[in-house]
Design a protein around this ligand. Structure first.
Ligand code: AHG
Ligand code: MN
Ligand code: MN
Length: 342
């Protein structure tokens, strides 16, 4: 077999990059490895979804009153399980859990990090064989080591993230994560079961041709958003166009495309969802962090996402994220020319 040993695996890459920090304890690389392991297990189930009786609704509602699919629960348990058994995570918060969970074994209580995640994003797409994903954000805990993780560990501004990432279960399965030093993407090589570095040092193009928004809600958006969408539809080659609208209903897949090719993703406030739909802590913050590190921008239309001080674990937000020139034009429409802070 022709094994290409110039390709780094996820574990090799994180260990090598974190070793460059003299005070690194290796806990963050262990945590990322644990998340990678859970992702591989979820990937196996996602790929079998059409074959086994895991497909379909679990028949319960999640804490936000939305229907939970069986794979959401499976994914939630996988991520929670590896993080609890690992040596780096003091507690977790998840879309699928009402409250945060502080792990009460000695190893966990002495751990440095907490992790927030959306175990399966785009779960409405499971039954129709469309890409879905997992999103996570990692924070250094505020509470003292040796004690149980506390709510303050989870209610931190997105700016405090140590790392954030996502997994997209798509035509191939990719693990993308960011630290302040850069964004790197790894593609699962199913023949050896390893995530291999395939997209080193990802930068989002300053401009792009894709805009992602749910057009079905158009008449519920505020005027500035409508104006920006109209501008997207009116782009010509003279002003950077034409643009293409792409929206699959799995934010992980939509933002991943825009990160690689250049574009903007929007989930504005609507009349039906006046607080927004997406969850700040485990949907917006991780993507805001990743896209900013890659050179893009993320706001709620008024404020930089990463600067919002959260008050609730499951709080929602409007979300605009993408290429910086496209975000600047959106801001022009939203604020009538004034720049959004951040
Ligand atoms: P989840 O499956 O975790 O509940 O998230 C679905 C989210 C997001 O991924 C997607 O962009 C958005 O909901 C789609 O919402 P609409 O169907 O309202 O456009
Ligand atoms: Mn989601
Ligand atoms: Mn979800």
């Amino acid at each position: 077999m022709n094994v290409n040993r110039t390709v780094l695996t996820l574990d090799e890459f994180t260990i090598q990059s974190l070793r460059q920090f003299p005070h690194a304890t290796g806990e963050l690389s262990t945590l990322l490895r644990d998340i990678g392991l859970a992702a591989k297990r979820v990937n196996v189930e996602v790929n079998k979804a059409g074959l086994v009786d895991i497909l379909g609704d679990a028949g319960t509602m999640n804490v936000q009153g939305e229907e939970v699919k069986k794979l959401d629960l499976f994914a939630n348990n996988q991520f929670m399980g590896v993080l609890q058994r690992g040596i780096s995570c003091a507690g977790i918060a998840s879309e699928e859990l009402d409250d945060f969970v502080a792990f009460d074994d000695e190893m966990s209580k002495n751990s440095k990090y907490v992790c927030l995640f959306d175990p399966l994003d785009g779960s409405g797409n499971i039954d129709v064989n469309v890409s879905i994903g997992t999103i996570f954000g990692i924070y250094r805990r505020k509470s003292p080591r040796g004690t149980l993780a506390a709510k303050e560990d989870f209610l931190q501004r997105g700016l405090e993230q140590v790392a954030a990432g996502y997994i997209v279960y798509g035509s191939s399965t990719m693990f993308v994560y960011a630290t302040r030093r850069g964004v790197n993407g790894f593609t699962l090589d199913p023949s050896v079961g390893e995530f291999c570095l395939s997209h080193p040092n990802i930068k989002i193009p300053d401009s792009g041709n894709f805009y992602s928004v749910n057009h079905g809600n158009f008449f519920q958006y505020e005027d500035g958003v409508k104006e920006y969408i109209a501008r997207c539809q009116n782009k010509t080659p003279e002003n950077g166009g034409p643009y293409t609208q792409r929206y699959i209903g799995s934010m992980v897949a939509d933002v991943h495309r825009n990160l690689i090719k250049g574009g903007i993703f929007m989930y504005p406030l609507t009349k039906d969802k006046p607080q927004g739909k997406l969850r700040l802590l485990y949907e917006c913050n991780p993507f805001a962090f990743i896209v900013e590190v890659a050179g893009g921008k993320a706001t709620d239309g008024h404020q930089r996402i990463l600067e919002i001080v959260p008050t609730e674990l499951h709080q929602r937000s409007a979300f605009f994220v993408g290429s910086k020139n496209m975000m600047a034009e959106l801001e022009e429409c939203l604020t009538g020319g004034k720049q959004v802070a951040g």
